[in-house]
Design a protein around this ligand. Structure first.
Ligand code: 4AD
Ligand code: MG
Length: 436
């Protein structure tokens, strides 16, 4: 008996042969004599099966079954013109008739029933693209001799400011959910050299945006003796490797999501580098305004941070990512090293994805002088005592080093061309959603 997994086989090789497909009833049309079902297998592939209606009376949408029969070519069959003329049927589970997921449903209903909505073609297509992105990221790190490490997510210290920390009760004490693995990766470069990790990061983001989640998958890397230029080259290569291989492996999936592949195929190093100063100049020349907390509008000026709208404006007409460098250090966290040739400017870079998608990574050289970094911690109103272990890294054999963090969901959102970041994860966590 030949077990079909729809997307892994060439149907033409099996015409006239007896095959079996296991899966779920995706679409169902009962006629007097025959019942036409679209069966979805366990990788989201579908094939039409035709069955005598008298054998199909109990079947409902999402019933789980195994169909055996002859594979035939029929141009009327959906999804490629092949169908199985069923002779045998084994039913594993008849679904209740009130399956809540249909074709046209509100976003809220789909999110409330995400445990079922993950079965839709769209969600499994995205999940496969996401898996490729992670696979090729890991492949790049392995091929380039970076060591994968794992770090804790229950921590005591803020990395990206105190306002987005999730507090958790930790026995008789308080702790936080990690915002970034960075401090731990920094600790590892002393004995493991270039290291990287994929860790869940948490941000209590109070805003509802299409690019923020409360929990996201963070791919981070850190290496000793590298400078900002090296870090940009590493990211260009990594991104190009991920994109080219994913396009290659998932062209049908990306096509299903109506992703324009020619844009992606053009992604290769080097990416343009724009200074923050230049970026502000460009935005001012377009009369770009920012809205202040009190609701007032004014033209963007030097010293303002970039936001979703300014990043969209900067990347709208580009087909490749760009790096924004030379940010004022006042806009960046305590660990960013100051450029000693340009006072007040940090040695950091944000990578912005093209076509308006905006920031996908942040990274840079780390301040490795104990006095400077202690001052910076105090300036951010953080308690240097809380960072004692981290400051030891500057006390005992401090080394110049650099690293970056990239949000996997931001990467998926761009590569798969999705509007809402919630679609890039199977079970999104946002301000208003923590189940299912
Ligand atoms: O820019 P961020 O905050 O930088 C850091 O956390 C550094 N400590 C990383 C490092 O150097 N090791 O976050 C890095 C990336 C962002 O560029 C973005 O892609 C993603 O993480 N990110 C989020 N993704 C989804 N939802 C959120 N709320 C995110 N916050 C950050
Ligand atoms: Mg950032």
């Amino acid at each position: 008996m030949i077990h079909l997994r729809c997307n892994d086989v060439k149907y033409a090789d099996y015409i006239g042969k007896e095959v079996t497909v296991r899966g779920w009833v995706h679409r169902l049309r009962k006629q007097k004599e025959n019942t036409f079902m679209l069966i979805r297998d366990d990788r989201g592939g579908v094939i039409q099966c035709v069955l005598a209606t008298e054998k199909a009376l109990t079947l409902t949408i999402e019933s789980c079954l195994e169909v055996t029969g002859k594979l035939q070519q029929d141009s009327r069959a959906p999804e490629g013109g092949y169908e199985i003329r069923a002779t045998d049927l084994k039913i594993y589970g008849v679904a209740k008739v009130d399956y809540p997921i249909g074709e046209y449903q509100s976003e809220d209903l789909l999110l409330d029933n995400r445990h079922l909505a993950v079965r839709t073609r769209r969600m499994s297509t995205i999940a496969k693209i996401r898996a490729s992105i992670l696979k090729y990221a890991r492949q790049w790190f392995i091929e380039n001799n970076w060591l994968e490490v794992n770090v804790p997510v229950i921590v005591k210290d803020a990395v990206e400011g105190g306002s987005t920390l999730f507090k958790v009760r930790y026995f008789d004490d308080d702790a936080y959910l990690s915002q970034s693995a960075q401090l731990y990766l920094e600790a590892m470069v002393f004995s493991l050299g270039p290291v990287w990790s994929v860790t869940e990061s948490f941000r209590a983001e109070k805003s509802r945006t299409v690019r923020h989640l409360a929990e996201f998958t963070h791919m981070e890397a850190e290496a000793p003796w590298i400078i900002l230029d090296d870090l940009l080259r590493i990211q260009e290569q990594l991104i190009s490797h991920i994109v080219q291989n994913t396009v290659n492996e998932n062209s049908a999936d990306l096509g299903y999501l109506k992703r324009d592949l020619s844009d992606l195929k053009s992604i290769e190093p080097p990416f343009d580098k724009l200074s923050y100063e230049k970026v502000i100049e460009i935005l001012r020349s377009k009369d770009f305004v920012i809205i202040e907390d009190n609701g007032n509008e004014r033209k963007i000026e030097w010293g303002d941070d970039l936001n979703v709208d300014s990043e969209r404006e900067l990347t709208r007409n580009r087909s490749r990512p760009i790096f924004v460098v030379d940010f004022p250090i006042s806009l960046k966290p305590f660990y960013v090293k100051e450029d000693h040739e340009k006072e007040g400017i940090g040695l950091s870079a944000d990578m912005l994805a093209p076509r308006g998608f905006g920031e996908i990574s942040s990274g840079g050289e780390r301040e490795n002088d104990i006095t400077s970094i202690t001052k910076r911690i105090e300036k951010e109103s953080l308690d240097p005592k809380a960072y004692d272990w981290y400051l030891d890294l500057r006390r005992y054999g401090s080394v110049p080093h650099a690293g970056f963090g990239m949000g996997i969901e931001r990467l998926v959102r761009w590569i798969a061309n999705l509007q809402d970041i919630k679609d890039t994860v199977l079970f999104p966590r946002t301000m208003s959603r923590v189940r299912p």
